[in-house]
Write a protein that binds this ligand. Structure first.
Ligand code: DGI
Ligand code: FE
Ligand code: FE
Length: 194
């Protein structure tokens, strides 16, 4: 599916702000794919569909979690977490996208996961650093994104968990699995243990 076709399919499902966010995530993801040797086509398609399910009614998201083989513990966590996993199902069901690399990147774009691959990290990072975002410490993350994808994904994971915990929010296990995986990967590279 090319860019124009994908845009035609996502636009009716997004608000104007979310649509513009999505285009910026796509441009950022393509840029990162270029730097880190990932398929720009896959990065673009994953990014264009990443928030596809964001505006489905909560009851519909819940229905998909119950009826599909998605983990039921998602229902114990904030509904903001549901649009990635459900989106990965809907893009196949409604648009025939079967590429598991793309589907996984969308599935895990909010939390990350253990053993995240390059496209997972690219989408996870692009969603966080796209030019419309403004978080504390974001400039530093954008700077590192130009030279170290794993370190950047680790910063995004750490910042997100810190933010959630500072607000006494729950944290989905995959977010911790991502953080632990990326931390170990960085320490191993630096020759450290633990
Ligand atoms: O969909 P976006 O707004 O572009 O961004 P997103 O999919 O990364 O994040 C959606 C929301 O989910 C955001 O407000 C932060 C929140 N979030 C991220 N990780 C976790 C989380 N919420 C909970 N409860 N637990 C998490 O692990
Ligand atoms: Fe999202
Ligand atoms: Fe997003």
């Amino acid at each position: 599916m090319n860019r124009n076709e994908a845009i035609k399919r996502i636009k009716p499902h997004l608000t104007k702000e979310r649509y513009e966010h999505t285009l910026r995530v796509a441009d950022t993801a393509i840029e990162l794919a270029g730097v880190y040797g990932e398929s720009e086509e896959k990065a673009q398609l994953a990014a264009l569909f990443h928030d596809y399910a964001k505006y489905r009614p909560i009851e519909e998201l819940k229905h998909w979690i119950i009826k599909s083989n998605l983990p039921k513990d998602l229902l114990d966590y904030h509904h903001e977490l549901w649009h990635g996993p459900v989106g990965s199902i809907l893009i196949e069901y409604e648009h025939g996208i079967q590429d598991s690399i793309i589907k996984n990147a969308i599935y895990y774009h909010t939390t990350g996961r253990a053993y995240m691959n390059k496209l997972d990290m690219i989408l996870f990072v692009a969603d966080y650093i796209e030019p419309g975002r403004d978080f504390p410490g974001l400039e530093e993350v954008r700077r590192i994104a130009k030279k170290d994808l794993i370190k950047t994904a680790w910063m995004v994971s750490r910042n997100t968990i810190n933010y959630l915990m500072s607000r006494n929010n729950t944290v989905y296990p995959d977010s911790f699995y991502a953080y632990n995986y990326l931390t170990r990967k960085i320490k191993r590279k630096d020759g450290l243990n633990g």
